[in-house]
Design a protein around this ligand. Structure first.
Ligand SMILES: NC(=O)C1=CN([C@@H]2O[C@H](COP(=O)(O)OP(=O)(O)OC[C@H]3O[C@@H](n4cnc5c(N)ncnc54)[C@H](OP(=O)(O)O)[C@@H]3O)[C@@H](O)[C@H]2O)C=CC1
Ligand SMILES: Cc1cn([C@H]2C[C@H](O)[C@@H](COP(=O)(O)OP(=O)(O)O[C@H]3O[C@@H](C)C(=O)[C@@H](O)[C@H]3O)O2)c(=O)[nH]c1=O
Length: 298
């Protein structure tokens, strides 16, 4: 099987380079054609929309995994055109090229397509209602992929973190090293999900074969607030020997940490369909965090 991985330098892309390599021939793209170790790969700048189809035609993959996105949630509010270009127009072109080529597509989306109301985990067919530009652009990307005619799977995930790239875990470890006290919002609830889990599940799905085109939810089990996540990060990092001492993490309401973009208050996703269809079990977010930090001390 030939797999084309778009965006090999992002959080999920980085982990997919590891998880997808054993499945067959893996062709990787980055924006510049360079990987972090300095080695070369295919170059694809998605803002050059007309470059997308020729690359997919030339590589002629059986499966395309699109790990690229515009993920700067606050910046997107002032950069709407760029967010929609990368999160809607590019996935639309990728999916159309997959349809023309007879390739399947795995694409990722986000909890931020929901409005954050509600009291039970969001199911795939619950009504969407994004609160900001990032969520709106990702929802438009889902719709473009679904309309393409390609065989596709959209994996909606949330609160992605890892040891690589820009994410909440790394922000907390950096701020925690600089300050004795941090204030973190305690009224936004979700499921922190490591990039390695998303990449491992992606590999399992490819091995199994996409069961049916559609959207599936993919997050670690359990739920917490950003405050609960931050607190756990410092406890687990200290236990893993990564920190000599930990800062105090004070819970605050969303109003106490003003941001450019509005974030959903309730972001927990129901993963039942994914687990049943592919015979998977999601690890609890806290166990997954421990696993992630343990891998950094090896
Ligand atoms: N991060 C999160 O918390 C969440 C992410 N998701 C979704 O998961 C998927 C993966 O996200 P994640 O790995 O965190 O994202 P990252 O921000 O870590 O990586 C995104 C990648 O997209 C690439 N990219 C952006 N613009 C372009 C462009 N013009 N041309 C080529 N490549 C480009 C970036 O390249 P470069 O390295 O050159 O900048 C980067 O490698 C996305 O679909 C995202 O929406 C869903 C929920 C939560
Ligand atoms: C750094 C910091 C953040 N916060 C708050 C702000 C925000 O409400 C919350 C999370 O902050 P971040 O800006 O790191 O997270 P954010 O970029 O909103 O994360 C989102 O990214 C996109 C790509 C997604 O798809 C989502 O699933 C989600 O993971 O924590 C604090 O309360 N205190 C702090 O010191």
């Amino acid at each position: 099987m030939r797999i084309l991985l778009l965006g090999g330098n992002g959080q999920v892309g980085h982990e997919c380079r590891r998880s997808l390599a054993p499945l067959g021939e893996l062709v990787v793209t980055t924006r510049t054609g360079e990987l972090p170790d300095g080695s070369r790969c295919e170059a694809l700048d998605l803002s050059r929309l007309d470059d997308i189809a020729p690359l997919i035609e030339r590589v002629a993959p059986d499966m395309v995994v699109n790990a690229t996105a515009y993920t700067a949630v606050d910046r997107a509010e002032d950069d709407e055109a760029a967010a929609f270009l990368i999160n809607r127009d590019a996935p639309g072109r990728i999916a159309a090229a997959c349809a023309a080529q007879g390739a399947s597509l795995i694409h990722y989306s986000t909890d931020y397509v929901f409005d954050g109301s509600g009291e039970r985990p969001w199911r795939e067919d619950d009504p969407t209602g994004p609160l900001g530009t990032y969520g709106r652009s990702k929802l438009a990307g889902e719709q473009a992929v679904a309309a393409s005619g390609a065989r596709y799977l959209i994996l909606r995930t949330a609160w992605v973190y890892g040891l690589h790239g820009a994410n909440f875990l790394r922000t907390m470890l950096r701020l925690g090293a600089e300050r004795d006290e941090l204030k973190v919002v305690a009224d936004q609830i979700g499921s922190p999900t490591p990039a390695w889990l998303i990449a491992d599940v992606t590999a399992a799905i490819i091995r199994h074969g996409i069961a049916a085109s559609g959207i599936r939810h993919l997050v670690a089990a359990g739920q917490t607030s950003w405050h609960g996540f931050a607190d756990a990060i410092f406890d687990e990092a200290r236990d893993a020997g990564l920190l000599a001492s930990r800062p105090t993490v004070l819970p605050i309401p969303t109003s106490g940490f003003p941001t450019r973009a509005v974030r959903p208050a309730w972001s927990v996703l129901d993963t039942t369909r994914l687990q049943i269809e592919y015979g998977l079990e999601m690890p609890h977010w806290r166990d997954a965090l421990r696993t992630t930090l343990a891998s950094s001390s090896r």
